[in-house]
Design a protein around this ligand. Structure first.
Ligand code: GAR
Length: 192
């Protein structure tokens, strides 16, 4: 992993597809003095991602790549990341799967937040699956991204209790609240 040298902060890109609450939270975190990162670029695979408003609000460069031709878009993204000197990629609700070739270029420098206690429930619909299986606990995980989906080394994980009458919507809210604590904590852990 990239180590923080001197006083220079790590230039970071955040990839989103939706609401962007983790993005907003990371932007806020990046503004505090002890934060090892700055958020310099936001990438979305859709112009409909609500989270793009935070690019305008915080005056951060944003780019949309629709992934209709994933290979081409990944090439363009890599070029952009290099031009912007990006050293860390945070996936935050980014719902496209990055290729092996792309990940290889940034190995050890891409991290993701996932709404389950990995290795349980890789992929989508994590909360519905946890409730259907009558699990007692759910949670979230920040991990390194490797070519194998949701399988890279775990950086931090937070466990929360599933209450007896829990619905997937209420669980998603509870987990998201923890995600907002976990993602900054994981970044602090990486760079300290
Ligand atoms: C978060 O719960 C995140 O963990 C999940 O999408 C949500 C995005 O919320 N990510 C995945 O499911 C990735 N496989 P946000 O847009 O409000 O940050």
């Amino acid at each position: 992993m990239v180590k923080l040298t001197g006083l220079k902060k790590i230039k970071t890109a955040v990839f989103i597809s939706g609401t962007g609450s983790n993005l907003k939270n990371l932007i806020k975190f990046s503004k505090i003095k002890k934060s090892p990162i700055t958020i310099d670029l936001i990438i979305s695979n859709t112009s409909k991602a609500k989270g793009l408003i935070f690019a305008n609000e915080y005056k951060i460069k944003k780019r949309i790549f629709r992934f209709k031709n994933p290979r081409n878009d990944e090439k363009k993204i890599l070029k952009l990341l290099k031009n912007e000197n990006i050293q860390l990629i945070c996936l935050a609700g980014f719902m496209k799967i990055l290729s092996k070739n792309f990940i290889k270029e940034f190995i050890g420098k891409i991290i993701n937040i996932h709404p389950s206690l990995l290795p349980k429930y890789k992929g989508v619909n994590t909360h519905v699956r946890a409730i259907n299986n009558k699990d007692k606990f759910a949670g979230c995980t920040v991990h390194y991204v490797t070519a194998k989906l949701d399988s890279g080394k775990i950086i931090l994980q937070k466990k929360i209790k599933i209450s007896p009458k829990e619905k997937s919507t209420s669980l998603a809210k509870k987990v998201l609240k923890q995600e907002h604590k976990l993602y900054p904590a994981a970044i602090m852990k990486i760079f300290n």
